[in-house]
Design a protein around this ligand. Structure first.
Ligand SMILES: [Zn+2]
Length: 466
């Protein structure tokens, strides 16, 4: 015992000065540019103490890092959309590194360190947030929720111009990004790249359909913390949040697509729990820093959550099931029903939210398919069909699709029609936006003579004008 503690004391004595002498090295630097911020990531050989501050005239950011030596070239940090115009470095004191970033526009810096994970070692993250002009639409997102009542007369619904038939907004969230590659397939296929391609294709398809608008939550290769993703969707006025993933499982043989909705009372299956855990780890890998609920979020969490979670959850299950059954036509399914688990990204009480796992990237066969462009398009088409079916049945009030439905121009089918007096094949075909030939063949009609009370099958149709 005594000898042990003596030895221990001895080693502490000689190790501490050695440790103090050993300088941490910066081995590489990465830059990720997002639409509203720039992220610098310094790869370090150990933990560091640092400070970041701004200087003006000219604008610059100063990063001081103690006990650290720069072993990397600070290249690739300027140009493009980066606000950084020049990078300089030097030793402030013998053992303190100073990095100075000359910047072209004012930014708000935020920094934090990250401990090692599966992909990276110790990191220092410096986020430079763009300072947006203080007036204009960008500020509306931070405005108080309740506006004082105005004296303006609300126009009557019937007198609203055509343009008031608003688009249904679908927020498409490509998972992961930037520091967080997501799951990595056998040939180095990265989830973050695949899901962005599927998301972009889905956006293209949805935007081509009148009455719908798709907004991408992530538009490039950068990381967004999980909570920010639903915030972005909310600020874009989303009616639906769809998070796109392609995940990994411990078993390489696992395959098939699945759709998830939130559960507040545990996961419906072991896979669901496993996937929720691995998706929720994204913030640790991607570097969310210290994301805190702001006051509005806290209020939402407390009050709105209880009120509207049930409603949006049943909508989530509904749209999820429609997406899943459409996907089942083009790819094998992992589970035939929408699964539920505590996915962080689905915790949005005010909009239906689903998470689509397009397949297992850890499965060699599926990984190859997922990287294939025409398979990506087919996946997007099937997700799109599910979303369309959901909104045709549940159009938000005031939307173009609601107007189509209310004016009898939107038909969802197949369904039945009971013939009434004065109705003809051509009239019914016109009403349901199908051809008379379609109506005849769906009902094996040999002639156009209809009887009152006769039951006709109206074949499925899509939106008018398609
Ligand atoms: Zn994922």
């Amino acid at each position: 015992m005594r000898l042990h503690s003596l030895l221990a004391a001895f080693f502490v004595c000689i190790l501490l000065p050695l440790e103090a002498l050993a300088m941490t090295q910066i081995n590489s630097v990465r830059l990720w540019r997002a639409p509203d911020n720039t992220r610098l990531v310094f790869d370090l050989t150990g933990p560091v103490e640092h400070s970041v501050f701004t200087l003006s005239a000219p604008d610059r950011i100063v990063i001081d890092i103690k006990q650290t030596k720069l072993s990397a070239e600070l290249k690739g940090l300027t140009g493009g959309n980066s606000p950084i115009t020049q990078v300089r470095s030097g030793n402030r004191e013998a053992d303190e590194l100073r990095i100075v970033l000359d910047i072209s526009a004012q930014v708000t810096p935020k920094s934090f360190t990250l401990t090692p994970n599966q992909q990276y070692g110790h990191r220092l993250v410096v986020d430079l947030f763009d300072i947006l002009p203080s007036s204009g639409a960008n500020q509306s997102a931070t405005a108080p929720i309740s506006k004082p009542p105005t004296t303006a007369v609300t126009p009557k619904l019937s007198t609203l111009p055509t343009s008031s038939k608003r688009d249904i907004v679908v927020a498409i969230d490509a998972g992961h990004g930037g520091e967080d590659p997501g799951a990595i397939g056998p040939k180095g296929v990265r989830e973050k790249d695949i899901v962005l391609k599927i998301a972009q294709e889905l956006q293209r398809q949805i935007n081509a359909e009148k009455g719908f608008r798709a907004e991408l939550v992530r538009t490039g290769d950068y990381f967004i913390p999980l909570r920010r993703r639903t915030d972005i969707a909310r600020k874009k006025g989303a009616d639906l949040f769809v998070s796109i993933h392609a995940d990994a499982a411990p078993r390489a043989a696992a395959f098939g697509a699945s759709v998830f909705a939130l559960s507040d009372s545990g996961a419906t299956s072991e896979t669901a729990r496993w996937l929720a855990d691995s998706e929720n780890r994204s913030d640790l890998i991607g570097g969310a820093g210290n994301v805190k609920l702001d006051d509005k979020d806290a209020m939402l969490a407390g009050v709105l959550l209880d009120l509207s979670m049930t409603a949006s959850l049943s909508s989530s299950l509904d749209v999820g099931q429609k997406v899943l059954s459409n996907m089942g036509r083009i790819t094998p399914l992992h589970k035939k029903r929408v699964e539920q688990a505590g996915f962080m990204v689905l915790k949005s009480p005010d909009m239906p939210s689903i998470l689509v796992e397009t397949g297992f990237i850890s499965n060699p066969n599926e990984s190859t398919k997922l990287a294939n462009r025409s398979h990506q398009q087919a996946l997007a088409r099937s997700i799109h069909s599910g979303i369309r079916q959901f909104f045709q049945q549940n159009p938000p009030p005031g939307s173009y699709v609601a107007w189509l439905r209310d004016s009898g121009k939107l038909a969802i089918g197949p369904r039945e029609h009971v013939v009434r007096s004065g109705e003809s094949v051509s009239l019914l075909a016109q009403r349901y936006q199908i051809s008379p030939a379609q109506l005849r063949s769906a009902n094996n009609l040999k002639s156009d003579a209809l009887k009152i009370g006769q039951i006709l099958t109206v074949p499925a149709t899509t939106l008018a004008g398609q």
